[in-house]
Structure formats: C-alpha cells, structure tokens
Design a protein around this ligand. Structure first.
Ligand SMILES: [Fe+2]
Length: 212
C-alpha cells in the first residue's frame, strides 16, 4: 500500500499549478519515487485569485492519468472548491465522495457551515483545506466545533507543518490529513512522505479514511 496525496495542482494549463507538461511529469516522477500510489489533482474552482481554464481540466487529466499509470500511480481528479457566497458551488468529488473546500484566509467564512452541511447531506465527506492558513480558525470557536461535530475533516499543508504553523492543531489532535498543496515542486513529495513517517497517527488516519 502506498501513500496518498490528496491536494495537488499538477495539471498543466489549468490553474496556478504546474505550467508545463514536463513539469507535471517531473512531479509525477517525484511522487512515484517517494512511494505514493494515489495522487489527487485538485483543480481550483471559484478561487477569486486564480484563473481556472475549466475546458482544459478533462483533457489534461486524461493525459496525466495515463502518464501517472506508467509510474504505478493512480491520478484522481478532484477540485479545491472555494466557498465564498451563498451560491451552491460545483465540486469534483474524488474516491467516490471526498470534496476539498477552501475559504477566505482573512475573514470568518459566513457560508461555510451552510455549504458543508449541504454537501454532507448529499453524502459527501468534506475536507477543509490548509486550516493553518486561516486567520479566523480557532479550535475553541463555535464554528470550528460545529464543523468538527458535523464530521468535517481538517487538512494541513506540508509547508504549514514544516514551519510550525500547524503545531497548535497537531498538538490537540485536530489534524486529519497532511497534504502537499503542491503547485509544481518536485522536491515536495519526499517532504510529505517524511512528515507522514513522523506523524504516524495521521498517516494511519489517512489510510483508514481513504482505504487504499
Ligand atoms: Fe490548493
């Protein structure tokens, strides 16, 4: 059984992730070398700071999936869906029912509970991306407690763990998933693998969650 990367931007010509096919292949090589069997490419949807060329998502995923297969990696298509307003956002679920959400880093997201609840009711498992980046995120707050009670999973980025920004959440066992949020860095998969080695509880939690 290999490792799982569930947050990466590695489809070329789609979002602010890898810029070329060559870069995508380099990163896939790095995931294979670091022992990953599954990589989810989570294209940005609705992020106000990122332009996503949605017409390229499917063809680039088809191409990259074949390249990944040559490296014994299953490349799954998902989305990192930005939740900012009341409109029901589109999501690309991966492994049947996981959806990755992101929200504004600065202000408390008024509609997150509403959307998380709606998605859970539709049978999805909701993952909140890179919690260490949110200034509003407070483990003692009503919002975070409610998200937790509803069964929302919390993800931290490799960078956030390495820099210590995720420490206060790791210490209280609030982190379910560590992921790369890789935007094209071939050095990163090995760093994620090393962190999953150090944080064995989280690695096992991820294995149970993703059942791969
Ligand atoms: Fe991301």
């Amino acid at each position: 059984m290999g490792l799982v990367e569930c947050h990466a931007h590695i489809l070329p010509f789609v979002d602010d992730g890898v810029r070329t096919k060559e870069q995508c292949l380099q990163v896939l090589d790095a995931y294979a070398g670091a022992g990953f069997s599954h990589v989810v490419t989570t294209v940005h949807l609705y992020n106000p700071q990122v332009t996503t060329r949605t017409e390229n998502i499917r063809p680039m995923h088809e191409w990259a999936k074949e390249e990944a297969k040559k490296r014994s990696i299953e490349l799954l298509l998902g989305s990192e869906t930005y939740v900012g307003g009341t409109l029901d956002p589109r999501v690309l679920p991966f492994m049947d029912n996981f959806v990755l959400l992101e929200v504004d880093t600065q202000t408390e997201p008024l509609f997150l509970l509403h959307h998380a609840y709606g998605l859970l009711k539709r049978g999805y498992s909701v993952i909140l991306a890179h919690i260490e980046r949110y200034r509003w995120f407070d483990p003692d707050s009503n919002l975070v407690n409610k998200l937790r009670e509803m069964g929302v999973y919390f993800q931290c980025n490799v960078e956030g763990v390495e820099k210590g920004e995720a420490n206060r959440y790791l210490e209280i066992g609030l982190v379910d998933i560590i992921a790369g949020d890789n935007h094209g860095d071939p050095a990163q998969p090995a760093r994620l693998a090393a962190l999953l080695e150090t944080h064995g509880t989280i690695r096992r939690r991820m294995e149970n969650l993703f059942r791969v």
